[in-house]
Design a protein around this ligand. Structure first.
Ligand SMILES: [Zn+2]
Length: 138
């Protein structure tokens, strides 16, 4: 896949989310015209197929996107932190192992990811309530 094929696929995914699930992948609130398409597994860390995997992307507020990309501590306080980490776990377990080690205080929650029933999800809108599920059964 060349760069222009990737860009055109990403533009299609972005408009799919704008129509079907116009919520920020990081905080869950509605995204407006300034919404960006964010990647969970970083683009620099992965092959082109993962860059255009719908589950690896979602709309985001520019401010939430900035926190996720550049602020490791701030990321913990993003309301959908667990959902985001769980999606990363599903997409790329090795990458997940690496970045989950940044958050040792959450290791007991991450250890439960293999037991969660949500394995065949296609986009992050299917996981709106995962954080609550995990906390209630902690
Ligand atoms: Zn947001």
């Amino acid at each position: 896949m060349n760069q222009s094929q990737i860009d055109s696929k990403l533009a299609k995914i972005k408009s799919w989310y704008e129509i079907n699930h116009p919520l920020c992948i990081f905080c869950g609130h509605r995204v407006g015209k300034d919404g960006q398409l964010a990647h969970l597994v970083r683009r620099s860390e992965t092959r082109s197929e993962m860059q255009v995997n719908k589950l690896n992307t979602g709309l985001a507020h520019p401010s939430c996107h900035e926190i996720f990309d550049n602020d490791r501590i701030g990321t913990i306080f993003l309301p959908r932190f667990y959902e985001v980490m769980y999606i990363i776990y599903l997409l790329d377990p090795e990458y997940f192992m690496r970045i989950s080690s940044y958050y040792p205080d959450h290791a007991d929650l991450f250890d439960r990811f293999p037991d969660l029933p949500f394995k065949n999800i296609k986009h992050h809108g299917q996981l709106l309530h995962l954080g609550q599920y995990i906390k209630e059964s902690r």
